[in-house]
Design a protein around this ligand. Structure first.
Ligand code: AMP
Ligand code: GLY
Length: 428
């Protein structure tokens, strides 16, 4: 059977790689893909938001399952278009994707479902938002643009001045475009962050192994926010007690309330969780696999991903009692272009990919790369997700950085401390 993955980042390369391992799958296409998805699958020159052409391609190739990687086409309604065309697709409908597409929608749903999350206030007017900040006793706030902002619409502010600046940036300067029409102000939560992802078919919820992202650009979680500079799995903070609490208090009420209000959720429900002193609280929901979390998580998954996602798309997820996992740990180190998350240049030739590919238990997932003749060159801010398995997190980290050392291009950099946060908590 043929499969189509929509998207072009590291997450999509990991999806292509994992789906191609299924005995039931004959070919995996990726639209538009990158230089790595062309190695493990076949690239199709259609952009991820060109829904009409994607539907036509899926029809003409008789695609058995389409898996949508990024949030933008999901929020725009790609799943609805595939379903109208009677094509099997894994992902939430446009209405359900609002859980990520509108932070105000997500917050209202959480309030309705009694899901623990940060206190919040919604504003449509920048003056009112500024007045609110000036009238509070607290000094720290989180300012969030309502809509999608490519991971950039959230500012954690330590002073009232910073908060007022962030409000103006979002609402007056419209730094995130239409996403800043509505604004959320949240209380600041403190704790360790974990990413808990679950497959959902409307009713049944199957959690994946937990992972931890590294959103800040520099070591020690300093510097500007990025799309994620690395991730590892399992996350020791997500003990079985924490997982139970997240399932009972967060995932079940969310999925139940989504169904009750007529926006049944199918796809990946990604809960970004802060483990606070009062227990796990939701920072945000995403409606897709995390990037880079998908890379280490899928590297550890033993269950047939094609069977799993097909079952979810068909509403048959309850047929899977449990998922099978590699007991080993996986660490993914993102290698980025000079200047990222600010402006950067593209087109730098990458050397050493073949040497890295020879290392055992290592997979270099491509994110922002493109093939130019016989050369792979950089084509994005996050360029590669160098991922390795090891007997424990320390061993996986060592192996991943060995592979990183093989790879060079002009201006390449990465964080040196991916997975070190795991050591903050002694193993139980
Ligand atoms: P989001 O895109 O909503 O996940 O926000 C991006 C990052 O901002 C999160 O991963 C957190 O590190 C941080 N963040 C978001 N909301 C809060 C909050 N209420 N308290 C503290 N940090 C937050
Ligand atoms: N790694 C964070 C995200 O995928 O949104």
């Amino acid at each position: 059977m043929k499969v189509l993955v929509v998207g072009q980042g590291g997450r999509e390369h990991a999806l292509v790689w994992k789906l191609s391992q299924s005995p039931a799958v004959s070919e995996v296409f990726c639209a538009p893909g990158n230089a790595g998805t062309a190695i493990d699958g076949t690239n199709v020159d259609i952009s991820a938001d060109d829904v009409d052409r994607l539907v036509k391609f899926a029809q003409s190739e008789e695609i058995a399952l389409t898996v949508v990687g990024p949030e933008v086409p999901l929020v725009a309604g790609i799943v609805d278009a595939f379903q109208v065309a009677k094509l099997r697709v894994f992902g939430p409908s446009k209405a359900a994707a609002q859980l990520e597409g509108s932070k105000v929608f997500a917050k209202e749903l959480m309030r309705q479902a009694n899901v623990p999350t940060a206190d919040y206030w919604v504003f449509h007017d920048s003056h009112e938002a500024v007045e609110f900040i000036n009238g509070r006793e607290a000094n720290s706030f989180v300012i969030k643009a309502d809509g999608l902002a490519a991971g950039k619409g959230v500012t954690v502010c330590k002073t009232k001045g910073e908060a007022i600046h962030a409000i103006r940036e979002a609402m007056v300067d419209r730094a995130f475009g239409e996403a800043g029409r509505e604004l959320l102000i949240e209380e600041v939560l403190v704790g360790q962050e974990v990413s808990i992802l679950a497959l959902v078919d409307g009713r049944t919820i199957l959690t994946l192994e937990a992972s931890q992202d590294h959103k800040a650009a520099h070591d020690g979680d300093t510097g500007p926010n990025t799309g994620g500079m690395g991730a590892y799995s399992p996350a020791p903070f997500a003990t079985s007690e924490v997982m139970d609490e997240v399932i009972q208090k967060i995932l079940i009420p969310t999925v139940h309330t989504m169904r009750k209000r007529g926006t049944e959720f199918t796809g990946v429900l990604y809960a970004g969780i802060m483990l606070t002193a009062q227990g796990p609280k939701v920072l945000e929901f995403n409606v897709r696999f995390g990037d880079p979390e998908a890379q280490p998580v899928l590297m550890r998954m033993k269950t047939d991903l094609f069977e799993l996602l097909s079952s979810a798309a068909d509403g048959r997820l309850s047929e899977f009692a449990d998922l099978e996992w590699d007991d080993r740990a996986a660490v993914c180190v993102v290698m980025a272009s000079e200047g990222y998350p600010g402006p950067y240049e593209k087109g730098r030739p990458i050397r050493g990919l073949d040497d890295a590919a020879k290392l055992p238990d290592t997979k270099v997932f491509h994110a922002g790369t493109v093939q130019h003749g016989d050369q792979v060159v950089t084509d994005g801010g996050r360029v590669l997700g160098v991922t390795a398995l090891g007997s424990d997190i320390t061993a996986a980290k060592k192996r991943a950085y060995e592979a990183v050392k093989c790879i060079r291009w002009d201006g390449a950099w990465c964080r040196k401390d991916i997975s070190d946060k795991a050591r903050i908590m002694p193993p139980t």
